[in-house]
Design a protein around this ligand. Sequence first.
Ligand code: SAH
Length: 460
Amino acid sequence: MKSYQKEQDVSIRVGQQMTLTIKSLGINGEGIGYFKRKIVFVDRALPGEVVHAKVTEAKEKYAVAKLLRVVEKSPSRIQPPCPVYEECGGCSLQHMEYQAQLASKQEIVVESLRKYTRLNNPPVAPTIGMDNPWAYRNKAQFQVGKQNGKLIAGLYQTGSHKLVNLEGCQVQHEATTQIVQAAKQIVEELGIPVYDEKKRTGVIRTIVARVAFATGETQLTLVTATREIPRVKELILELRTRLPQLVGIAQNVNTQKTSLVFGEQTISLWGQPSIAEQLGELSFDLSARAFFQLNPEQTQKLYNEVKAAAGLTGNELVLDLYCGTGTIGLWLAPYAKEVRGIELIPEAVEDANRNAQRNNASNASFHVGRAEVLMPKWAKQGTRPDVVVVDPPRTGLDDALIHSLLDVKPKKIVYVSCNPSTLAKDIGKLMQRYELVSVQPVDMFPHTAHVESVSLLVKK
Ligand code: SAH
């Protein structure tokens, strides 16, 4: 009889160096390889590459290693166009050719579904990308700080609190860059103190610039730690002189010690309190704090996928769950009998109802509440939706909502997701009663690891 051989010890130590082959891309854009069957994440390594890496973290189930050298290079590897790509935490896939990014995003969705559902060949279409995947963001939200006595503004490094100064940013619309750079310079020239979060002194915390793609209108918001801004009159005058394209300047006061950007109070310093934006046939009025999708071009493609999946005839009751400011519901309203949205944040619901009025969508209404509480309550009162659209945060659907969907049994569920893992887990549960018909990834954030998708589930 053969003796039972003890399994080889596969422990990996911090500091250990290894050569490994990268098999796929992880959910944060990192390369995934295996060392003696243990999963190893290597940042900036690409599928198909053989890399030499050094372990920085060793856990029971996985290890993290730092890329030391690419031994065999992927044909998709390119020189990242951004000069501060290595330091800045904004992008994570600029070292990969764009078509390969799109293919990897499709693959990530496929792999998640394989892992969490019984489907071997989930029906995932190729990712819808952008023809020109640059300058797509309509809002720049840059933290302000000091570096060697000089005022800087930018984003934090990944996993750290080190601010990276950005003089420009290729994923931002040019208009937002001009505004941020000019505002930065004016604040510096006037000597208005920068907020110091450790000492809790100073004034200027964040510079937010936003542009409406359809109208070109731009808005600047300065988030401050105090209600008073020293030399505010000169500040406004300089901003207006050097940035004549602005239609409004606002101040938002955030006195709290928090990582949230905005505080409760918004004050108009000059001009209009909002900018006018358009998405397809719909028009929106965006105040300084109002939520709006960050990539308008791709948002339209995403919403058109939602519309195609919903396949409306004009007779349906559609629920728009996690509706934000109601954009999906309003996109569908002309093709449905009635649209009802549910959203947790009261201000967003106010915006949604205002947007409905503005666009004469008299068959759409938006309600404050938790989707998992309000939908079952409506069901008890006899509401029978034909189509339910869900667009939850990264955490996915609440279990109570999944039970309620299985109970209410709409003919179709259209699941808009920004996280393939929670999407796949939720679909796995819904598959008791639903068939997964199609999944369409849409690239909302080129050069980052974000993967957005629209899935259609039809009642069996
Ligand atoms: N559908 C919108 C935005 C979706 S983002 C659009 O396309 O623009 C997800 C939204 O879900 C956020 O606005 C968040 O406030 C809301 N939310 C989070 N948890 C919720 C819950 N349990 N019930 C309802 N809404 C919720």
